[in-house]
Every structure is written in structure tokens, then in C-alpha cells.
Write a protein that binds this ligand. Structure first.
Ligand SMILES: [Zn+2]
Length: 830
């Protein structure tokens, strides 16, 4: 009797308890999908559920966005598992071999991680997240309780809060009392830059491995503390598209295991069951491939999980829009689809937990043994410790350990020559062993050339870090002996005359920017010189006592300590060799006053890369103004105007053209990047595209050429495609645009535009013949991409135009280009 009573009491408590969990509708005051919910309210709902079910749900903030919005994770588990989250987490890391304090126990619990709304204007998944949480913790579904017995679900309700709210606040401000399903209504026409990206217009679904953005840095840190078995990244695509879920499309990267492929199919089939029951359309195996390592599906895959992208049709759909097939797609339907795949994924994962765990262990065992990996050690070498430190930082962010070589004798594949060679010593080495748990990711990031199983892909096809960082590197087949990697310490210097600062990496750019901000007068050397028997390269920064305020020496030491650069004291302006400091070859660096064009004609991503580089890397002021207002802007306030990637229709306007040309003639500098160069080429600025005939060489004139197959039309376009491949650029490093570089640079080529060498200007970076290094280039285009300009400088009147045909700041992971961009702003033309 007592027992029965106790059971009854427990049941009553349980019910009282469960009833206090609000449904999303009760909490929000509207049915999910009938309005867009701001991010803070989505999080508040999660917190309310955690408060009502503290035995099943725990929320924890993991940081803030650039605009100060909260980033939060929710952990959902059975009442038995929730108190043991930390033990489950550490045991999981032990299974992966990442945590080595003790052997893993025979764990039966898997971790499923659901990431919602990485693209802010694809917001239906954040609404679905609330319903998913309610299904797991809110009602008394025996089914979900069953799943949670062996599954911990980690939910990130909104990966990109700034983008989410940019879209949602805008939409709510333009929608009427009822939504308008007419696709032409303004509520389906989101203004620039759109809510897809984060504050700095970065695509967070391209940033997982590089972690250049605050949101990614904080999230991936958490992700790597858990290393789940399953990860889903929620998206939306064009609203006429049906739902997309796993299995993904080719190409798959070759490191993806048969089990990772197999489980994608299992997930897909289970999703399909529910979609078929409801008559909802979907597609699989098309469009979304698994190759580029910085996505929300590939990064988890290369980190031992089953990583997947799920895509609902819905971008620009608002609360409802009429589709091509005359159906109205509502947010309510979009939410229902994402909700369904969320639960279906947890169901499949829970049902296959033992196999998931076994394969997970196997993945990390193979990864740790570098099974099938062609190389056992990667070695980067440089005379500049800061170059190596930038790579070390990236490895730290990705949980990859590294050291410095104990030996100076080894042979390996030299990335820069493409040959097996014996190492010739530089001052510093950074060595990474492939015998470590995160070796699969390491291999993908470092492999000289990635094997493509199919040429049709969604993103760039080459990213190998030695090229992206422009650092001499070797891939070595043997395990090499290494000790710890340590940075050099910087010693402050004092001088009554002046100081030299080396100019070799982004750290130099940061020191220069720091000092110019503090009104310290800087000069740079046009040519190499020798002082007291030591050689200094062109570009070396010179700070002199004469003309500077009293605190200049202190500020130099401050800047050099902050960015880890060793300054050198000089006591005289008389050089052993080369120009003395009073020579016309020593140039003063005026503080640039920088304007960048933004708005509808400009690529938001391209503009964001420049904006963020100034604010987050150089910490240097920049003014952003919309291209549409160019005619009314007073340009006399600026000395540098940057045109990021874009299609500048305004340049076709004679008045605008004259205004910009006068700005340059009067001594201004115009920097054009990527397609902005094309806009200049179209409007008689002096740079010219190569003629079609010149490009093609000999044309195929056969009449049969016209007989192409309809069914292979997508593939027929491939000969002209370049999704992003690495090319070798020959640099004229006697020009200030290439100071700090050797005579080669590796560029990421994404455009098929080829420009003629400048007849009246400096061809500082050119592509010659056979310059392709890695990545896919269509067969026809490959023949054409040669003997053309990549980086050029042209004088006009008293001013300068800088052409950057390829983007040196691409996604900010192209570290090797950052100094070149800095040169364009600060040194070129001075
Ligand atoms: Zn997306």
C-alpha cells in the first residue's frame, strides 16, 4: 500500500511537473510559424523550458555576437543522464582519444548536435527548434523519452543571431496586417546586405575550420569539447525547391568513411518515411556536396561525426509566398518540415547508438594511426616566427597539436616546387604529426592536392594551408622527431636616433597601423639596405627620432611587444650599403584616409572582408558609404577609395566616372578588387580584358560542336568553370605592392576574367604559363588562364590605381594575401 501510494505521489508530482512546461504557443502567444520570433525570445523559450524541467534541460550561454546578442546551447537528456553530462562529455573525448587522462568506459550514450539558423535569413529552423525542444522535454511522449535514454541532444537554437534579427526585424517592419503571398511584394525583396551573414557579412557556414569570426570561434570551441556523433546544420534554399536531406551529393571527400556514407542513407530513408506519409516532396544526392572543409556538414564529418545539411525551401518566402506550382508556402509548413527531420534524426541515431559508438571509436583509431594517410608529418618553415604562429593559432583552434623539429635533415614533398626535396634550413620550423586524433581534419587541411570524385561542386576546390598562408612547407612520409614549438621573446630597444621594424607578415602591418594611429611618423625603404653588416629587405619600416614626439620610442616598443616583432635600434642614418635615411628612396608613409563603397552594387561578402580586416585586424578607421550616393559624396575627405568585389553600374555614368578619375588625378588612390576590376575594364580606365581569340588560342570550328546533349548541359558548362583553384603568381617584389614577399605568391583564382599586362603600369603579380597548382579548373578555361595580370598598379595624374584581380582577403583564411592588401592601402603609390 505504502509503495502504491508513493508511486501515486510520484506520478502526481511528475504530472504537475510536466504540466508546467509551456508549449511554444503558450509561451509566445502565437502558433510557431505564424510570426517570426526574435532571437532573444527563442532563447527565452529554451530557458523557460529549462526552468520547468531542470531534470531534463540545461541551457548555457557560450558567448556573444559582434552586436552583443547572446549565444546559447541547450542540453537535453533523460533525468538519469542530465546530472552526468560532464562525465558523458569527458568519456566521449576519451573514446575519441582527445582526452588521455584515463581509458574510456563502456559508454552507451551518443551525442546528437543540432545547429539552427546559421544563415540568418533562413530562419524557419529557429522556430522549429522550439517545437523540437517541446517534443523532447515538454510533453509526455514515451517515444522521445525512449530516445533520450541513450542520447544527449545538444541544440544551438540560433547560430547567427545578428543575421537572424537583421532579417526578422526587417521583415516584421515591412509585412502588412496579413502577409502578401505575391512574390513581387516588397516583403520578399530583402535589402542589402541581407540577413544571411553575420555582422561583418561573413558566411558562417564557410568559417568552421578557419574560425575567423567571433561566433564561430566560440561555437567551435564548444563543439570540439564535445565532438558529437551526429551533427545537423539547418538551412533554407530558394523557396521553389522542395526539402533536401542526406545522403549528400558527390563529390564526397575521400576521407569520408563508408560508414559515414551509409549512415547518411539511413537518416535519409527515415526522413523520407515521414515525408512520404505527409506527401511532402524532397530530394537527396544532389547539389549539396561534401568537399570544402569549412561547412557545418564537412567539418563535423572530418571530426568523426555524421555531418549533414538539411535544406528547406524558404529564402525570401516571408510568412507565405506563392510558388511556381501555385501552392502557397507558409512559414508554418517550413517549420513542420524542419521539426520532422529533427526528430527523425534523433530517432535514427538513438536506434543505432551501439553502431554509431563503435564506428566513432574506429574513426578516431584510424585517424590517430594516420591509416591510409599519405603523409606522417607536415613541416612548415620560415625565417619569420610570426608566419608560423599564425598557423599555430589555427591548429590550436582546431584541436590539432604541433611542435618544432628536432632534426634539420629530412626529405619531403615541397609544396612550392612540387618535388620531393631535401629540406634546406630556415630559422624556424613548425611540425605537425599525422599520428593524432584530429589527423583526418589535419590531412584535409594540408593535403597538397585534394582528389575530386566529381567536378561539379558548390564551393572552392583547393585550400591547402601552405598555399593559403604562403609558407614554405613539406609533406613528409616519415614520422619526424619534434620538441615543443616556442615563440621568440621580444626585447624592447632604446635609441636616440631611430628604430627599424621588419616587414614580413601581418604582424608588421598591425604594428604599422598601430603606430600611424598613434601619430608616429613612419617611413619605408624602397630598396634593400645594409646597416652594421646586417641586411634589411625593402619594405623595412623606419621610425626616426627627428620629427616625432618624445614618446615615439615607447610606442614602438609597445606595438612591437603587442604583435611580437623584434625592433632594431639604429644610431645613424648612414648605411653600409643602400640608401641613407635622407635618400629619396626612403619614403614617408602618410596616414591613409580610407573610404570603401558598399550597397547594392557591391558584394556584401567582399565588402565585409575589407571592413572586418580594417576593424578587427588592423584596428584602423574606415568609412563605409553607399555607391548610390557617390555623386553627392565629398571625396576630398579621403586619400584612398576601395571598390570591393562588385558590379558597379554607377561607373557607366559619365559624371561618376569623371568624379572618380579626378579624385585619382588629384593624388588619390583607387583600389579595385575582383569584379570591380572588371567594372573598370568596361569603362576605359586603362586595364583591358584579354580578347576572346587571344584567350582561346585555336578555336574548334567543327560544325558538330553545336550538337551537344541536353541531358549533360550542366556538365557541358564545366570546361569554362573555376569554382576556386590555386595558381602560382610571379611577383615583382621590388614594387611596394609586393614588399614583404618573395618572388612568388599563391592566389585563389575564382574568376575566369583574364586581363592583359598593363602597358602603362606595373605588372606586379602575373600568371605565366603552367601556373595551375591545385583545384578544379575547366579544361577550356585552363588553356586560357595564363599570361595575364593578377596584381597591378597604374599611375593616373598624381594618383594611383591598384588592381587586385584575385581577392587577397578571401574569407580571411587566405592569410598570405593580407600583407599584400595592406601594401595596396599603405605603401603602393607612396
Ligand atoms: Zn543556408
Amino acid at each position: 500500500m505504502k509503495k502504491i501510494l508513493l508511486a501515486l505521489v510520484c506520478l502526481a508530482v511528475w504530472h504537475a511537473h510536466a504540466q508546467t512546461v509551456p508549449s511554444p504557443e503558450q509561451f509566445l502567444g502565437y502558433k510557431p510559424g505564424t510570426r517570426f520570433t526574435p532571437e532573444y525570445k527563442v532563447l527565452n523559450y529554451f530557458k523557460a523550458v529549462a526552468q520547468a524541467r531542470p531534470d531534463m534541460v540545461k541551457t548555457a550561454s557560450y558567448g556573444e555576437t559582434y552586436e552583443g546578442r547572446e549565444l546559447m546551447l541547450a542540453y537535453v537528456a533523460s533525468p538519469a543522464n542530465l546530472p552526468n553530462l560532464e562525465a558523458i562529455r569527458t568519456n566521449n573525448l576519451r573514446m575519441a582519444g582527445v582526452l588521455k587522462d584515463q581509458p574510456a568506459t563502456d559508454n552507451k550514450t551518443i551525442i546528437v548536435w543540432l545547429s539552427y539558423n546559421v544563415h540568418g535569413n533562413e530562419p524557419s529552423s529557429s522556430e522549429a527548434a522550439m517545437q523540437t525542444l517541446y517534443a523532447l522535454a515538454g510533453n509526455d511522449s514515451q517515444q522521445t523519452k525512449q530516445w533520450l535514454q541513450n542520447t544527449v541532444v545538444i541544440m544551438d537554437p540560433c547560430v547567427n543571431p545578428d543575421g537572424h534579427d537583421r532579417y526578422v526585424n526587417w521583415y516584421n517592419s515591412v509585412v502588412g496586417a496579413q502577409f502578401n503571398a505575391d512574390p513581387q511584394a516588397r516583403e520578399h525583396d530583402e535589402p542589402w546586405p541581407g540577413g544571411r551573414s553575420n555582422h561583418y557579412n561573413f558566411d558562417l557556414n564557410r568559417d568552421w575550420a578557419w574560425q575567423t569570426q567571433l561566433e564561430t570561434q566560440q561555437r567551435v570551441k564548444k563543439y570540439n569539447e564535445w565532438l558529437p556523433q551526429v551533427h545537423v546544420d539547418y538551412h533554407e534554399q530558394g523557396y521553389n525547391q522542395p526539402y533536401y536531406f542526406a545522403p549528400a551529393a558527390e563529390p564526397f571527400h575521400e576521407v569520408i568513411t563508408p560508414w559515414q556514407r551509409e549512415f547518411q542513407v539511413m537518416i535519409g530513408k527515415n526522413n523520407a518515411k515521414y515525408f512520404d506519409n505527409n506527401g511532402w516532396l524532397y530530394f537527396t544526392k544532389e547539389r549539396f556536396d561534401l568537399f570544402y572543409p569549412s561547412y557545418g556538414d564537412t567539418y563535423p564529418l572530418y571530426s568523426g561525426a555524421i555531418g549533414m545539411t538539411f535544406e528547406q525551401g524558404g529564402i525570401r518566402a516571408g510568412l507565405g509566398v506563392k510558388k511556381e506550382d501555385d501552392d502557397t508556402l507558409t512559414l508554418v509548413k517550413r517549420v513542420a518540415h524542419h521539426y520532422t527531420t529533427g526528430l527523425s534524426t534523433i530517432e535514427t541515431a538513438a536506434a543505432n547508438a551501439p553502431r554509431l559508438l563503435q564506428e566513432y571509436r574506429q574513426f578516431f583509431t584510424n585517424s590517430g594511426n594516420a591509416k591510409d594517410a599519405p603523409y606522417k608529418t607536415y613541416v612548415l618553415t620560415s625565417n619569420d616566427i610570426n608566419q608560423l604562429k599564425s598557423v599555430a593559432r589555427l591548429l590550436d583552434l582546431n584541436g590539432i597539436s604541433y611542435g618544432a623539429l628536432n632534426t634539420k635533415t629530412f626529405s619531403g614533398y615541397n609544396y612550392f616546387t612540387g618535388k620531393e626535396e631535401a629540406y634546406k634550413g630556415d630559422a624556424y620550423t613548425l611540425a605537425v604529426s599525422a599520428l593524432q586524433p584530429r589527423s583526418t581534419l589535419l590531412r584535409v587541411l594540408f593535403e597538397p592536392k585534394s582528389t575530386l570524385s566529381d567536378s561539379i561542386t558548390y564551393d572552392i576546390t583547393a585550400w591547402s594551408l601552405p598555399y593559403a598562408y604562403n609558407i614554405k612547407s613539406y609533406a613528409v612520409k616519415e614520422k619526424l622527431d619534434m620538441g615543443s614549438f616556442t615563440s621568440t621573446a621580444v626585447t624592447p630597444v632604446t635609441s636616440g636616433y631611430g628604430v627599424l621594424i621588419p616587414y614580413t607578415s601581418v604582424a608588421s602591418a598591425q604594428v604599422m597601423s598601430y603606430l600611424i594611429n598613434k601619430k608616429v611618423k613612419l617611413r619605408f625603404a624602397q630598396k634593400d639596405f645594409t646597416y652594421k653588416g646586417k641586411d634589411y629587405a625593402s619594405g623595412t619600416l623606419i621610425v626616426l627620432n627627428g620629427g616625432n614626439d618624445d614618446d615615439w620610442n615607447k610606442l614602438v616598443n609597445e606595438a612591437c611587444a603587442k604583435y611580437n616583432l623584434q625592433p632594431v635600434a639604429v644610431e645613424s642614418g648612414f648605411m653600409d650599403k643602400g640608401a641613407d635615411f635622407g635618400s629619396p628612396d626612403i619614403h614617408f608613409i602618410p596616414a591613409p584616409k580610407v573610404l570603401m563603397l558598399t550597397g547594392e552594387q557591391v558584394s556584401s561578402l567582399g565588402a565585409g572582408e575589407v571592413w572586418s580586416f580594417f576593424e578587427q585586424t588592423l584596428h584602423y578607421p574606415i568609412t563605409l558609404a553607399n555607391t548610390e550616393r557617390l555623386q553627392r559624396l565629398d571625396l576630398s575627405n579621403y586619400t584612398v577609395i576601395i571598390l570591393p568585389d562588385g558590379n558597379y553600374r554607377s561607373l557607366g555614368d559619365k559624371a561618376i566616372e569623371d568624379k572618380l578619375k579626378n579624385f585619382v588625378r588629384d593624388g588619390g588612390k583607387l583600389i579595385a578588387i575582383e569584379d570591380a576590376v572588371n567594372s573598370l575594364a568596361d569603362n576605359n580606365w586603362g586595364i583591358k580584358e584579354k580578347e576572346e581569340d587571344e584567350k582561346d588560342g585555336k578555336k574548334d570550328t567543327s560544325a558538330y560542336q553545336a550538337l551537344k546533349k541536353y541531358g549533360s548541359r550542366q556538365r557541358d558548362e564545366m570546361p569554362e568553370e573555376i569554382p576556386g583553384a590555386i595558381y602560382k603568381v610571379n611577383l615583382d617584389n621590388t614594387h611596394p605592392l609586393a614588399f614583404g614577399y618573395s618572388d612568388t605568391y599563391y592566389t585563389l583564382k575564382q574568376s575566369s576574367h583574364m586581363y592583359q599586362f598593363l602597358k602603362d603600369g606595373w605588372n606586379v603579380g602575373v600568371i605565366k604559363k603552367d601556373s595551375h597548382v591545385a583545384g578544379f579548373v575547366g579544361s577550356k578555361l585552363k588553356q586560357r588562364l595564363k599570361d595575364g595580370l593578377t596584381f597591378g598598379v597604374q599611375d593616373m595624374g598624381r594618383g594611383t590605381i591598384v588592381y587586385l584581380v584575385d581577392n587577397p582577403l578571401f574569407r580571411h583564411f587566405w592569410e598570405g594575401g593580407k600583407l599584400l592588401f595592406t601594401n595596396a592601402v599603405f605603401l603602393a603609390g607612396e
